[in-house]
Structure formats: C-alpha cells, structure tokens
Design a protein around this ligand. Structure first.
Ligand SMILES: NC(=O)c1ccc[n+]([C@@H]2O[C@H](COP(=O)([O-])OP(=O)(O)OC[C@H]3O[C@@H](n4cnc5c(N)ncnc54)[C@H](O)[C@@H]3O)[C@@H](O)[C@H]2O)c1
Ligand SMILES: O=C(O)C[C@H](O)C(=O)O
Length: 452
C-alpha cells in the first residue's frame, strides 16, 4: 500500500475508533463516506480491504465495484484485467526460454511447471516468476539456461544428481521422474539433487508421482528467509515440505506449502497488488512485526528481516514445529548433497551487492503403491477419509465448507479454465512487454500482446 493510501486508511480507522456510534450520526456518516471514496481512488488501495465491508455493513456506504480502488498495480479494477488463454501464456514462456538457448524439450517442461502454478491459482510462482526470478538470474549469469544433469552416485533405489546450476524447472522434473522409475522397478526411489536452482511449485513434483500411481514426497531449500524460533536471523529457505497421495477424488491429495507463514513469492504478489503483508509473517532484527511490503522485500535481500515459521514467531502457537520442518528440509537438501545453505545461497554478495549463484538442493521420493496394495484400494481408502473430513461438522463462524489439500488448487483450475485463462495484472503485463521487446525473435512472434 502507498503511504498516501495508508494515511487515508488510518483516518478511516480513526473515524470508526472515535465514533463507536458514529453510524447513527449523519455528519459522521457523510465524513466516512467521502473518506472511503477518497481511499478507493488512492493508488495501492486494496479493493478487498475489509474497510469496504465495514463501510457497507456499518455505515451503509456501498461503493460500486469499479470505485473500489486501483487494483493489481493497474488503474483498472480487477474485473477489467485482460484474461489470457493458458496455452498462449505457456507458449510465450516457452519462447522466452528458447530465446535463452534452452532446448525445446526442456523449454516445454519449464513453461509447463510455471503455467501449472497459474492454473492452480498459485500466482506467486507462475508467470510472476518468469521475470524477475528466472530471466533476471539468467541475465545476471548466476543460473545457466542449458547444463548437463550429472549422476554422481546411483543404486537401484537411490541417486545423487548434480544440476550444474541449470534451471531447476527442468532438473526437478528429471529427478522426480528418476525417483518414479526406480519406484516402479523396486518399490521406492529416492533422488537427492545438488547444484540446482529454483524449481518452482513443489506440488508439481508430488503430482507427477500421484499421476503415475505413486506416493510422492519432495522438498527444496531456498535463499535464507525463515528465522529460528526465538531468533531473528534469516537462516533457512521457505523450504516447502510436500506430499502427494492419489485418491478417488478428481484430484490428488497434495499438501503443497512452504514451512513459513508466508513465502517470499506471496510477498512479491502483495507488492504487485500494492497491499501490506499480514502482521505475524515477518519480523525485523529486533523481533518486531513488519507489514511494509516494499520495505520487507528490500530488507530481506540484505538479511535485515526474516519470515516466521509456520506457527509464527515464538512458541505460543507452536512456531517451533514450523521451525523444525524448515530445518528438516534444509538438512535433506544439504546433508546428503554436502550443499551450501544460508548466506552462501542468498544470491547476493552482501559486501558488493552483486548477484552470486545460489546452488540449491532438492529431494524427491516416490513409493509405488501397487508394490504394497492395489492402487484402487489405496485410492478408495484415501478418498473415503478425505470425504469424511470434508463432510464433518462445519464451524458456524467459518465459510461453511471444509477443503482438503489439493482441492483449492483444483477449484482454481476449474474456475480459471471456465473463465478462459488467467488475468494478467499490470506489472506482469509490463514484464511480458519488456521480455517481448528485449529477447531475440520475440518481437516478430508477438508484435502485439493480448492486452496491447
Ligand atoms: N521452490 C521454492 O523454493 C518454494 C518455496 C516456498 C514455496 N514454494 C511454493 O509456493 C507455493 C505456495 O506455497 P504457500 O506456502 O504460499 O502455500 P499456501 O499457504 O497457499 O498453502 C497451499 C496448500 O494448502 C492447501 N490449502 C489451502 N487452503 C486450504 C484450506 N482452506 N483447507 C485445506 N487446505 C488448504 C492447498 O491445497 C495447498 O496444498 C507452493 O506451490 C510451494 O511449493 C516454492
Ligand atoms: O523465493 C524464494 O527464494 C523461494 C520461494 O519461491 C519463495 O517464494 O519463498
């Protein structure tokens, strides 16, 4: 949120705070209505801000949707953003990878991992990451578009792989397929990987396993972000710890999330939308909560603030559990691989500010279910339990529905597909235009993008 929007919002809160019965007073109602409209026109105001709901239900001020703020970094409200077809978007991303010299087969898989994030509604890790993360790192020479994948050690059921700082987006699928192939032969397959780079949504790999009748398990480390419980220094990546299990549902059970309250991509998304980071997700070097999104992103690079583990800071809500899971992932990504962690993978030389390589580790485990019990039996057992969870008694205070992991992503896929694709927010439109204008061959292929 911009400082101007923030100030107006504080004024609105102050009107509410100072006038507990203000909604009954015509003068207060008028003042609130005009301030709310001012807020709705301020750059960076959040159209989903609860203040609009308070305005409507308490003060009876119902601004038309189009007035509810400049959204998504654009002067257009969300409903006016262009919807771009997924296939178009995937092809565009593939062309970008090809323009860097990535082979067609690998460019295809890299763009598939990214578009899958957008299809699943994981906006933090799809098109939004093409640039700044992957393209900028290739431009900076800290991540290589094309490198061999070397097998360092291998047995029937295990392997250690070296990605040579190529794109994690093709190294990840390669390693998970190795683990699945081993599982299909011997029951289980475990692949540890070193010298890789950012591999995108971990759930992609768990789903590769479930699609092939396996239980999938994966994790990756990442640039240091999470502080230990009772600490303030970013020591661990946001380190997703992810399981996938097939079921009779139309979608697998996939618990795909970071071991921090918020991951960094989500904070980048808040920045694109111009909104604050929710309190509790970030602390400064004194352990004080921070919500200023832009400042957080800047200071995280310098290691001056940290993300809290799942469960939050301290031990009241069990933050030490998230801390333990994040540490487990970091260990599984470094101990077998003798890989670096912490400042050695922060991506920036903190003395000079220059970008530096960030060799990451991943792990992938696949278990072939048929080697233990019939796949259909397993799916039926999982499906029945998940259905029972969803059908269990709902909290009267909640939305009246229970989801199981993987379901929100399935819902997003259905609704986005039915709307014809994805909304491309203004900052991402700009990134696409920049890439089209700067990458060889793209101007000819894309003289006009769908939103131009
Ligand atoms: N490559 C990396 O370094 C890296 C690091 C961190 C995160 N990530 C990726 O970022 C993505 C988002 O991570 P996140 O931590 O923001 O995830 P999140 O907090 O959005 O949680 C997503 C998970 O929770 C489930 N879920 C969501 N709402 C639910 C509900 N109401 N009830 C039941 N289940 C629910 C989803 O099905 C999903 O499994 C993931 O794909 C993750 O793999 C990648
Ligand atoms: O951005 C990272 O370094 C890891 C991950 O993708 C995240 O968003 O936290």
């Amino acid at each position: 949120m911009t400082a101007a929007a923030d100030t107006i919002r504080s004024e609105l809160l102050s009107i509410i705070g100072k006038n507990p019965e203000g909604h009954k007073d015509e003068a207060v109602r008028t003042a609130f209505a005009s301030k709310l409209e001012e807020y709705s026109n301020a750059e960076g105001a959040d159209p989903n801000d609860v203040i609009f709901a308070i305005g409507k239900t308490v003060f009876g001020v119902d601004l038309p949707d189009a007035k509810k703020a400049k959204t998504n970094g654009s002067s257009k409200p969300a409903e006016e953003l262009p919807i771009v077809d997924f296939d178009y978007m995937k092809e565009f991303m593939k062309e970008v990878f090809l323009s860097y010299g990535v082979t067609p087969e690998r460019a295809e898989i890299c763009s598939d991992v990214l578009i899958e994030a957008d299809k699943r509604g994981i906006d933090s890790h799809g098109l939004g990451r093409l640039k700044p993360i992957y393209c900028d790192r290739m431009d900076d020479g800290i991540l290589w578009p094309e490198k061999p994948i070397d097998i360092i050690t291998e047995s029937e059921t295990t392997a250690l792989v070296d990605g040579n700082l190529g794109l994690g987006l093709y190294i990840g699928p390669h390693c998970m397929q190795m683990a699945i192939d081993k599982a299909k032969k011997y029951g289980v397959g475990f692949v540890a990987c070193r010298n890789s780079t950012h591999y995108g949504i971990a759930g992609y790999y768990a789903t590769m396993a479930t699609d092939q009748g396996c239980i999938g398990f994966t994790g990756t480390n990442a640039r240091p972000s999470i502080a230990p419980t009772f600490g303030v220094e970013p020591m661990m990546g946001t380190n997703p710890l992810v399981f996938g299990l097939p079921s009779t549902d139309d979608f697998p059970f996939v618990i795909d999330c970071a071991t921090s309250v918020n991951q960094r991509g989500k904070i980048e998304k808040y920045a694109r939308e111009g909104v604050d980071t929710p309190a509790g997700a970030v602390i400064d070097d004194q352990g004080i909560e921070r919500t200023d999104t832009e400042g957080i992103l800047r200071d995280m690079v310098l290691g001056k603030c940290a993300l809290t583990p799942v469960g939050g800071a301290g031990d009241k809500m069990g933050g030490y559990k998230g801390f333990g899971w994040a540490a487990t992932v970091e260990l599984l990504c470094t101990a077998l691989q003798s890989g670096p962690w912490g400042e050695d993978i922060c991506g920036v030389d903190r003395a000079t500010g220059k970008p530096k390589p960030m060799p990451l580790g991943h792990f992938f485990l696949a278990i072939d279910i048929e080697k233990i019990c019939p796949l259909d039996t397993f799916k039926k057992n999982t499906g029945e339990f998940l259905k029972a969870l969803r059908e269990s008694k709902k909290a009267p205070t909640g939305p009246g529905r229970i989801w199981t992991a993987g379901e929100p992503e399935n819902d997003a896929r259905i609704s986005r597909t039915s709307q014809g694709g994805m909304k491309v927010v203004a900052p991402l439109q700009k990134n696409m235009i920049d890439l089209r204008n700067s990458r060889p061959g793209l101007k000819e292929k894309y003289p006009k993008l769908p939103f131009e």
